[in-house]
Ligand binder design. Structure first.
Ligand code: 13P
Length: 354
């Protein structure tokens, strides 16, 4: 019964033409993004900004779920309604980030492992009382000449699988997020190799922990060349490499793959998603988005903490959500970008999330 509920929630999150808003930046990360735009970061400004996103008109036409941070799930909107209830009232499923960030992995040269398993079942019980129905855990894998080590991949895959098992036992759909970072000069092929090894290890560990694949979603990076690689791949090269990697490593029982944007420009993330959905070949899962920066950056740069820009910022956010929703169906074209006046600069934050 529980499993059937998980499967239904997972499928709702990847319903046709919809994707997920990742709005679960830690206080540190959102503060860095606010400060770059000279927005003061405090509990009230963060609350206001999240309310702007959650109440954007028609959001639920394109957004199935939103991932919240622990601070946000406890906050009230301006009318006194809890923020997760504002989402539920609009037909958007609230989710919660439950990893507690990455810490240095012992016996490595600065590799990281996500922590937060201790007490997770109890924390989920509390989040359930706020209406959350799914969760997210992000593991980080860094590429350089000698990295990642096998140790780092296995430690992160194991933690992801234990998190997913605890979530499912508690009635939450786990979003399993192994994020192979774009930073560095590595090639597209090297990203494909490491992403493949990582996904292989993740599904091995998920199987070992008896995680129901039907009741989870995968949130991977796309396969791209590193940001400092002199040879950047074309949109179709990224799409082909990404789909090939997923076909080789992700079982068909997983209902959906919801990509992170990872520091790609918002327009590229949309174009890549569209191209992946247009590729020939088997695609047994829904291929959608769970973007943070690629959905929010322009809206945040429009709002800049100013009440007078609230409606424009909501419009910009919905425009990105609509374009990404179209990309999940392979129906996006770059001309859609001219439908709305955009902020003059193509502001994209490239800082790493945590
Ligand atoms: P980005 O799309 O900005 O990478 O964020 C997604 C996310 O949830 C990171 O954990």
């Amino acid at each position: 019964m529980m499993l059937r509920g998980l499967e239904a929630t997972a499928r709702t999150l990847v319903a046709n033409g919809k994707g997920i808003l990742a709005a679960d930046e830690t206080i540190g990360t959102i503060t860095r993004r606010f400060e770059r735009l000279k927005i003061e970061s405090n509990a009230e400004s963060r609350r206001t900004y999240r309310e702007l996103l959650f109440t954007a008109p028609e959001a639920s036409s394109f957004i199935s779920g939103a991932i919240l941070h622990d601070e946000t799930i406890r906050q009230l909107g301006s009318d006194g309604t809890r923020l997760p209830d504002l989402l539920l009232d609009r037909g958007i499923i609230p989710g919660i980030k439950v990893d507690l960030g990455v810490k240095r992995l012992a016996n490595t040269e600065g590799e990281m492992v996500a922590e937060g398993l201790d007490g997770l079942a109890d924390r989920l019980n509390e989040y359930r009382s706020f209406g959350a129905q799914f969760a997210k855990w992000r593991a980080v894998i860094r590429i350089d000449e000698r990295l990642p080590t096998r140790k780092c991949i296995v430690a992160n895959a194991h933690a992801l699988a234990r998190y997913a098992a605890i979530c499912q036992e508690g009635g939450f759909v786990p979003i399993v997020e192994p994020d192979v970072l774009m930073d560095g000069p590595h090639t597209l092929d090297r990203c494909a190799e490491i992403t493949g090894q990582t996904l292989h290890s993740v599904f091995d560990e998920l199987s070992r922990q008896d995680v129901s694949l039907e009741g989870m979603l995968l949130k991977p990076n796309m396969v791209v060349a590193g940001t400092a690689c002199p040879t950047q791949a074309s949109i179709t090269e990224v799409a082909a490499a990404t789909l090939r990697c997923l076909q080789r490593h992700v079982p068909a029982a997983v209902p959906g793959i919801v990509f992170l944007s990872g520091g790609q420009s918002d327009l590229k993330a949309t174009a890549h998603l569209n191209s992946i959905n247009l590729m020939d070949g088997p695609k047994p899962w829904k291929l959608s988005f769970s973007f943070g920066r690629a959905l929010q950056d322009r809206a945040l740069a429009t709002w800049r903490g100013n009440k007078a820009h609230w409606i424009d910022a909501q419009r910009i956010f919905i425009h990105r959500a609509r374009n990404n929703a179209a990309a999940t169906l392979g129906k996006y074209t770059p001309s859609f970008e001219n439908e709305i006046r955009q902020p003059s600069d193509t502001f994209v934050s490239t800082d790493e999330d945590d």
